[in-house]
Ligand binder design. Structure first.
Ligand code: PLP
Length: 401
């Protein structure tokens, strides 16, 4: 990929996505589950650009959505309604209503109270709602605490006993149709044992429901498959699938997997230009035109992103922090990076930026959100325009008096 040419053509800061890499990741994971019916429901929150969702839809993917906005994106991008899942710990009545009316595959219910709302709204609409219940198997995924979700300490899902009650209630309701069971123990998973343990618990639950004459059709294993940001050892899709399949003997059930990061993270690059260097005492900073409002992960999670630089500089390398223009000490893209002395307009390439990059961007400091470019079959194409000042103030201007 010619980053320099892309930066000149589209300006910086800029997100660039390799759609062919995304397809390769999709195919590898899909292939791993062969021999079973499966749907890969792309976790839209990782990268919700319409062209990215459409790319996955064309490969046959479904969509895992966590707001009605994401459901609308998925539908608009051509994802079949029967492959769309609506998850999330707090759904409004309006969102539930629209999800039922849209005839999506199911609503992933995360509490007893929510099940009550779904039932009530389905009754108002006189349209039964397909549901799945998110169980919290209380398994430590051994990942970053901010991205672990399968422990009782976390707000997600319900414990096994409550889930059982909720299934029985659903079975006895004319407006609830329990079709699936769901768990998602965390993100950036790099160990197989916690996944296997969780799958085992949830598979046992399916068996105990069968005894109660509740036959589920979908075993939703969530997402979370980890990727290499640095030198992590990751789980191979094949081993991941085998671990899951090993828990499902004698169960005739379709697997749903909700990968986000695995499909998009390493397909994405954040390009930013060097403005200048500065030193505070001995501390060296490279100031770039991209910032935490464009790529929040380093600030939010102290996440590591590998940095490459494109420069003619042949100076000796020394440690520097790469920081943006935003007025926060937490505004950095990388810390203690070994870099040569960089010049104005040298290019910094932040790797693994295709997931939870643009989707977490904001207008903080009245900075417009950046442009996004897709590369497919060697061709680059704009898939989101850079926001202008006029875009940013559009919803306020009319109230100036
Ligand atoms: C965030 C999320 C995913 C995707 O997680 P990744 O780590 O990006 O694979 C899948 N399912 C649910 C319910 C989620 O909340």
């Amino acid at each position: 990929m010619d980053f320099k040419e892309l930066a000149n053509k589209y300006k910086t800061p800029l997100y660039v996505y390799d759609l062919d890499y995304m397809a390769t990741q999709y195919q590898e994971l899909k292939e791993a589950f062969k021999g079973r019916k499966s749907i890969l429901a792309y976790a839209v929150k990782a990268n919700s650009n319409l062209s990215v969702i459409k790319h996955f839809a064309q490969l046959g993917a479904g969509a895992d959505c966590v707001s009605i906005g994401e459901v609308r994106r998925a539908l608009l991008a051509g994802v079949a309604p029967y492959k769309i899942i609506f998850s999330g710990v707090g759904k409004s009545d309006d969102e539930i209503r629209e999800a039922i009316e849209s005839d999506i595959l199911y609503i992933n219910v995360e509490s007893e109270a929510e099940l009550g709302r779904v039932e009530l709204i389905a009754k108002e609409l006189d349209k039964p709602s397909r549901i799945s219940i998110r169980v919290n198997p209380n398994i430590d995924p051994k990942t970053h605490p901010y991205i672990s979700t399968g422990l009782h300490d976390n707000k997600f899902g319900v414990d096994i006993e409550s889930a059982k009650r909720m299934y029985i209630r659903s079975k006895n309701s004319s407006y609830l149709e329990p079709v699936g069971i769901h768990f998602h123990i965390g993100s950036q998973l790099t160990e197989l044992d916690p996944i296997r343990e969780a799958a085992e618990i949830v598979a046992d639950m399916i068996r105990s429901l069968e005894v109660l004459d509740i036959e589920l059709k979908f075993f939703d294993i969530g997402g979370g498959l980890g990727i290499k940001y640095d030198d992590e050892t990751t789980i191979k899709p094949y081993d991941y699938a085998q671990a899951i399949l090993g828990c499902l003997t004698a169960l005739d059930i379709t697997i749903i997997c909700e990968p986000g990061r695995f499909l998009t993270a390493n397909a994405g690059y954040f390009l930013t230009k060097v403005l200048y260097e500065k030193k505070n005492g001995e501390k060296r900073f490279v100031v770039v035109d991209g910032a935490m409002n464009d790529l929040l992960r380093p600030s939010l999670y102290k996440a590591y992103h590998k940095i490459d630089v494109i420069t003619d500089s042949e100076s000796e390398k020394s440690k520097a922090d790469i920081v943006g223009p935003v007025c926060e000490s937490g505004d950095f893209l990388a810390k203690d990076c070994e870099l040569p002395i960089l010049e104005h307009n040298d290019l910094v390439v932040v790797n693994s930026a295709g997931a939870y990059g643009f989707t977490m961007a904001s207008n903080y400091n009245t900075r417009g959100r950046v442009a996004e470019v897709a590369i497919k079959d060697g061709e680059d194409r704009l898939i989101r325009k850079r926001e202008t000042f006029e875009d940013i103030i559009a919803n306020e201007k009319e109230f100036l008096d």
